[in-house]
Write a protein that binds this ligand. Sequence first.
Ligand code: BGC
Ligand code: NOJ
Length: 812
Amino acid sequence: MKYGFFDDLNREYVITTPLTPYPWINYLGSQDYFALISNTAGGYSFYKDARLRRITRYRYNNVPLDLGGGKYYYINDDGDVWSPSWAPVKKDLDFYECRHGMGYTKITGEYGKVKVGITYFVPLNTNAEIHKVVVENKSEKEKKIKLFSFVEWCLWNALDDMTNFQRNYSTGEVEVEGSVIYHKTEYKERRNHYAFFSVNAPVYGFDSDRESFMGTYNGFHNPDAVFKGVPTNSIADGWHPIASHCVEVNLKPGESKVLIFLLGYVENDPEEKWEAKNVINKKKAKKMIEAFSTEEAVDKAFDELAKYWDGLLSKFVIESHDEKLNRMVNIWNQYQCMVTFNMSRSASYFESGIGRGMGFRDSNQDILGFVHQIPDRARERIIDLASTQLEDGGAYHQYQPLTKKGNNDIGSNFNDDPLWLILSTVAYIKETGDYSILDVMTPFDNDESKSTPLADHLKRSFDHVLNNLGPHGLPLIGRADWNDCLNLNCFSSEPGESFQTTTNKDGRVAESVMIAGMFCHIGEEYARLMEKIGNKEEADRAYREVKKMREVIMEHAWDGSWFLRAYDDFGRKVGSHENEEGQIFIESQGFCIMGGCGLNDGKAIQALDAVEERLATKYGIVLLNPAYTRYYIEYGEISTYPAGYKENAGIFCHNNAWIMAAEAIVGRGDKAFDYYTRIAPAYVEERSEIHRLEPYVYSQMIAGKDARRFGEAKNSWLTGTASWNFVAITQYILGIKPDFDGLKIDPCIPKAWDGYTVIRQYRGDTYRIKVKNPNHVSCGVSKITVDNKEISGNILPLFGDGKLHEVEVILG
Ligand code: BGC
Ligand code: NOJ
């Protein structure tokens, strides 16, 4: 069952009912100012950091769902009250539609012959969001409507806002000047920032105090002021500052009017803080308001946003027989990669924006799917991440985007973290050819006095693994590897200590086969990089160590039919047929094969066959099997989940992509693509009533076969699934793979395909790559011509002439 449809021409998902199985959201903003918005206008805004600079308030886990705050509009049409976004009033509408597009959302509602369309977006390079509201009288009569806007301010620090109300109930302050409501709480003290909400029309009245607007015991759905049609012109004094305008809209039959609302954020320099005593300096806000005061200016900003996305999405374009594949690759997967790049795992409808900042592991992986879009921003992010690395090569697991400082609550000690930095840096260099990033002086732990070139950070990442090997010669897992919930050192934690212990106990031995596989894959990339920059000695050393690790894996981590997952703190096998539960895990199969293990002796195929037999389901591949049905203290968080959920045998979409890559590596294109379609949102759309989350983006997890709610997704948007699936489909399956010296062409597709075309912008040139499959094979390139000349090998030459180059690839 579907709740809308894809409009590929406009790059939109069109939702046709407000009653989606769960709020289906979108993101606004591309650089510093961001907002989340659901299909019924719920959500919130923030500047740079969802925790420390929260602009509007949102209540999570709310009853009813998603009525925790939003960018609401109310219509009072002669006493009849409704909301164009259905919520918060929830009056049944005669027409409803929500179009989520690239960085904007358009919600349209119609009731009683009045149609209201609201376009929400953040103009490029602007710290504000525009709500363009079009009100149309579709009746035969003249209409005198009162339109109310509504946002509720958050007192900046979202955690403090939710927890410290004994103080906050007395701090809220606003200023109102004409049609602009300023929120200036905490301005006096040390802070120089404020927010504002304006409309480009005279107001009939306003409210800035929530209780005055709503009534003490009312909700967003029935505010007094709206129902009475009379704003109270309240000035907030502590309690809950809000901003609501009331505008009279008089419309002749058939007439429509446009109102521009602007919700913005300003940071002043200390010297320009005050205009007069206790009066904030509004210069910057006024400038912004002026800039977007007309419909023309707003439409122009909207067009610029569309052009920006045209540019971003023209870097990789596929034309194939499969419209779902086209819309995933050309639109939604790339869009989600941008969002994950911006948000890491901080703010979504599953992440509060408070708990987590930017993840070291997560953000490095996000770069893999984003780097071709804006390489410069990827470069900056890589340096930010590397600057939180510690001198021993370890890394803070997370940092706050506002301060860019490592977050001490969680600390370091996830032993996979360092390797991801190598992978992202290599991806950046392969995309751009810019080796100079390796020379950038980069601090450790943000301490400028401890700076070394980035290349040295990579070396320390590589060595961090080698300096932390366990009794079998496999990497120590630390607190956890990619699988946050596999906490194998916890049995030795003190009684009463939670399973999330961060302290390494003396004599701990738990080892990770996944990190071993990662080391083989990423270590080899490191070795190749060293070779490229002429550091032969380091390259040889790295190749040697990788080779050694492969031998260790084959000796100690091959379980007979698949790769083990780990050795626990007692040196016992995890992910072995000898175990009662959790006999096979997905991660080590994917990464050991990507790391080149078992490719020549049939073991890789054997492992993948085991994945198919034991882990694959119609809705995707589960993480492990059999699911844990009881709590194993020696494994930690993983077995706390009921069977079939999250890391305990849920379908973790993120690592499904590693299996797609592994299948492509062993040449099985049919299987690789089949796995791709089992989880790719466009292919899942038809079963939205089961899947429940947005059919245009990946979710982190889909309940596995052991779960009662098999097939139901959770945690949409912010997941490494976005970047890894983009890598799997574009690089491993479609086989357009950036390499150090150019684009490498190495497809592995379903045999039935006749071919496809990819237009790829790369290092300033554009390649139109026509892949033809006359013999119906999966892989193997028999001939490549570039501009009608046959080339040898499968790396496309670099031209540097900024022109279009025609490439023909014959498989077989
Ligand atoms: C979840 C993981 C997540 C981790 C983050 C765990 O509870 O299961 O998926 O990565 O929390 O801290
Ligand atoms: C989500 C986390 O963001 C990611 O870092 C982790 O690898 C996965 N969960 C698996 O535990």
